[in-house]
Every structure is written in structure tokens, then in C-alpha cells.
Design a protein around this ligand. Sequence first.
Ligand code: C2E
Ligand code: MG
Ligand code: MG
Ligand code: MG
Length: 292
Amino acid sequence: YAKQRGKNRVERYQKRYDELLRRHSVLENELRHAIEREQLRLVFQPVVALPSMRPVGAEALLRWHHPELGAVRPDEFIPVAEESGLIAMIGSWVLDQACRQLAQWLAGGHDVWVSVNMSPKELHAADYAAQVAEVLQRYRVPPQRLVLEVTEHAVATDMDELIRRLCELRSTGVRIALDDFGAGYSSLGQLRNLPVDILKIDHALVAEPESRTGTAAPLVDVVVRLGHRLGLEVLAEGIGTPAQRAVVEEAGCRLGQGSLFGWGVPAEHLQAQLETVRSSGARPVPVQRSRP
Ligand code: C2E
Ligand code: MG
Ligand code: MG
Ligand code: MG
């Protein structure tokens, strides 16, 4: 009887595994054509100055809408793109679109920067820095207006190589942000050696403090102080409530991002918000809160 049960369980695992494999190969095949079929687009999530809440920048986030599969989350398709090598093509599309939008905002007189997520695979391509320089040139974007985000996952790989790559990138004039800090990979010691400009505190650290006496508040405090002591700008991600904003502000953090200020929205929506801020000089109206 027990043997039969064990066998059923193995079959269930096997079935689940087969499903995952099938999904993976469907995604890979469909992703191959996603750009030419115009299924990809970027949304922009505002980054605000604290405590004023004035938008000062935006993070470009990739969205994939497939006619049959529907919306596929980047957490699911980015790994597929990385494993299949498609990330090179997709990443350069993202970089191009983000810089094009940034150039448009700058031409409109908006004082903003845009950040783009790069995967470790892209970063380690031999011509990546040259590619970045080329896109900046193409749209005549001042390099310091572009921020490239590297995750802690990249830090888990070869440290010396990573430092070399980041230095090379920085020599083009772009700024580097360490994304998802505190989520679990890199150590505090590594942070000191990394040539980065901005430290992004992960959601997980920010989202927890429901009250100011919560256990996460002291962690946010320490990370903000650490970042500042190392001469970095510190940005808190995933701020979703006024209480979380208060914790972050009290820690002295001067940049924030999260649903409280708006989810990622199409560029036109963010532009409308930027224009409202500029013409009124007042606090921004939060952008539409639709989670795509
Ligand atoms: P990330 O770079 O850490 O991006 C932040 C993620 O948190 C985004 O999810 C965003 O929608 C979400 N978020 C923003 N505010 C809040 C909040 O207040 N609460 C919560 N719970 N979540 C919030 P998204 O867009 O699904 O992206 C997930 C990840 O996919 C990104 O994490 C990034 O690592 C990756 N990704 C997205 N776009 C790209 C891209 O163009 N290239 C690469 N290589 N990776 C990308
Ligand atoms: Mg990011
Ligand atoms: Mg992040
Ligand atoms: Mg993330």
C-alpha cells in the first residue's frame, strides 16, 4: 500500500515537472518572436524624493502581453530569456526604449533619470559597455541620467570580474544601482568593494514594518546609515503604506519607490504626472494605481 502511495507521489512530481518543462519551452518559443510581434512594452514606476514626494526618476519595468498566454510576469520570463540567450536581444530592446523615452522627457524639460534592470548575463557580454555608450549617443542622453541596476544575484558570481565590468560601465558615465539589497545574497563586506552609486533596499526589508516598533524598522535604519556612510544614495523599494514611508523617512532615506507613490505605468501617464508637478510646483497627484 505504502509502495503504491509512493509511486503515486513520484508520478505526481513527474507530471508537475513535465508541465514546467512544457511551459518553459512554450515561453521560450513565444518569447523569440515577442519583439517583432510587438508584445513587449515598458512601464515606468516613479522614484520620488523624500519627504517631498516629488518624482525625480523612474524605473523601467518590462511587460509581456501574449495574445493567448495573457500577461506573463517578468519574474517568470526573464529567467527563460536568460537561459535561452534571448536576454541579449530583449535587453538591448529595453535599453533602447528606455533611453528613447528618457531623451523625450529631457527634451520636454523634465529633470528626471531613468533606471534599467540588467541581467548578469548582459553585464558579462564583452561589448555591453560599448553598447550602452552607443545607445546614449544615439539619443544624446547625458550618461548620468541613466542608472543601470544590478541585482545581488550577480554578486554571487565572480566578484573580481563583476567589479571590472561595473568599472567599465561606470567609465561611460552611467550610474550603477545595487538592486534588492538585503534580500539575501551579498554580504555587507562585499558592498564596500562594489563600484555602485545607489543602494536599493529590497521590498522585504521595507514591507515588514507595519508599525514603527516593528522588527524591520531597525534594519531599515542600519542599512540607510550604512549606505550613507559608504557615500551612496539610498533608495527604499516597495513602500506601500504611509507607515512604511514614515519608517523610511525617519531612517533618513531620501529616495523612495513603491505602490504608495504609484505602480509602473505607461510613459504617457508618468509624463502627465511630471507635468502636473512642474506647473503647480505642488505635491504630485499619485499616478493611477492600476497594477498591470
Ligand atoms: P525589481 O527590479 O526589484 O523591480 C521591482 C518590482 O517590484 C517590480 O515588479 C515592481 O512592480 C514591484 N513593486 C513596485 N512597487 C511595489 C510595492 O509597493 N509592493 C510590491 N509588493 N511590489 C512592488 P515586476 O515589474 O514584476 O518586476 C520583477 C522583477 O523582474 C524586477 O525586480 C526585475 O528584477 C525583473 N525585471 C523587470 N523588468 C526587467 C528588464 O527589463 N530587464 C531585466 N533584466 N529584468 C527585469
Ligand atoms: Mg530593479
Ligand atoms: Mg528591486
Ligand atoms: Mg526584484
